[in-house]
Structures are given as C-alpha cells and as structure tokens.
Write a protein that binds this ligand. Structure first.
Ligand SMILES: [Ca+2]
Ligand SMILES: [Ca+2]
Length: 219
C-alpha cells in the first residue's frame, strides 16, 4: 500500500494544473465567518474533517456532487480526497462505524474542455482526479494503486459507467459505497446528480486565501 502513496505523490507532480470545467453551476467562494466557525468532527494528520451525518444541521441530508463541494468550500474545506491508503482507511472506518450507505468524495472524471490532453487519455482510464487538490488518480487499470470496487450493479469492476450502458447519465463522479452491491467498502463511479451524505476535508489553499485576505481571523 506504500506504492499507493508514492504513486499519488508522483502523479501530483506530473499532473500540474487541470482544465477548469465551464459549467453553468459554479464553485462557491469561501465565506470567512463560516471558515472560522467550521465544525471539525475529527482530525487526521493535522487536517480537520466534517461528516454530514454527525452535524445535527445536516444529518439525514443528501446532496448532489457539486452541492457537497460547495457546502464544504464555503467553510474553507472541500469534499474529501482520498490520496493515500491511510486516509482511505480512516474515512472507510468512519463510514462503516456510522452505518452510512455511501458518501461523495471530490473525485471526478475530467470530461470537459481541455481534458483531451494526451496524459489524460484514454479518459476513463487516465482522466480521474481529486478536484479539491487537482491531483490525478492512478490509472484505473492499476488495481493495487486505487480502491475501485471489483463489482457493481451489472457485475463489472468499477469504474463501469453503468448508467450510460443502461441509457442514463454518465458516471463522472467518485463515491465511496458501503456494501451497496455486497462488494465491500470501495470506490464507484456514479452519476453526479445523485444525492448522498458527504465528507469535507480542510482545504489548505482556501484556508491560506482567507487568512491572507483577513489577517485578524482565527481559523
Ligand atoms: Ca485528503
Ligand atoms: Ca459505476
């Protein structure tokens, strides 16, 4: 599993800047007051994490992929990125202990303008990245470097883009599913409009930005 970590670090260096999606719905900017008051349910390696089910204001709520990111970003966090096997285990443990069916992560397929770069092709193998930190995932074919499920709704290893095969929306977002297909607690590609509980992770870039622009704030 150490390779998982090293590969992630190498890919972060190799990936550089990712193209920005040009959706009509956009990413929210951080709100300094919400950043300062953000609720931190647990920490891992110095970073704060928020679990939607653990906050009485959001318990029972489920939101789509972009709404999850925006809730987090307003608080100087972003949807969780599972860059290392240790962090992956930490989050999976929380999901299992709390009997949560599934969560959104920041993972997404690069499928917009600018994603035709050679290093991101073929798209469904090399085009996955953690949007919160703009870090590329290992190719989906490198099964020891990631945690894609070996099963799913139509018996195929993930990512399988199942909904498109069945005439639905593309499965361009990465969710962690807890035994949903009796297949363990693993990563799945899922259509981004689905609604799920979510996990936020402190985002250093947003924290730095708000601290810089608000010198007296305590984050
Ligand atoms: Ca992370
Ligand atoms: Ca799938």
């Amino acid at each position: 599993m150490l390779r998982f970590v090293i590969f992630g670090a190498l890919m972060a260096l190799a990936a550089g800047q990712f193209p920005k999606p040009s959706n009509s719905r956009t990413l929210e900017v951080p709100i300094p007051q919400l950043c300062a008051q953000r609720k931190i349910h647990d920490t891992f390696k110095g970073k704060g994490y928020y679990f939607s089910w653990a906050d009485e204001r959001t318990a029972g709520q489920e939101v789509d992929w972009l709404s999850a990111r925006n809730f987090c970003r307003q608080r100087c966090m972003d949807s969780v990125s599972l860059e290392t096997s240790e962090e992956n285990v930490f989050i999976k443990d929380k999901v299992v202990r709390n009997n949560v069916k599934y969560i959104w992560t920041s993972g997404r397929l690069c499928d917009f303008k600018g994603c035709d770069r050679p290093d991101l092709l073929p798209q469904r193998v090399n085009g996955w990245f953690w949007t919160a930190v703009l870090q590329k995932l290992a190719p989906t074919t490198e099964r020891t470097e990631n945690d894609w499920s070996e099963n799913g709704g139509i018996g195929l290893p993930q990512p399988d883009n199942r909904e498109v095969i069945q005439g639905g929306a593309p499965e361009n977002c990465l969710a962690l599913l807890n035994q949903f297909y009796n297949d363990g607690v693993n990563w799945h590609d899922v259509a981004c409009h689905h609604k799920k509980p979510w996990v936020c992770e402190d985002n250093q870039s947003l924290l730095n930005y708000v601290q810089f622009t608000n010198p007296n704030i305590r984050l």
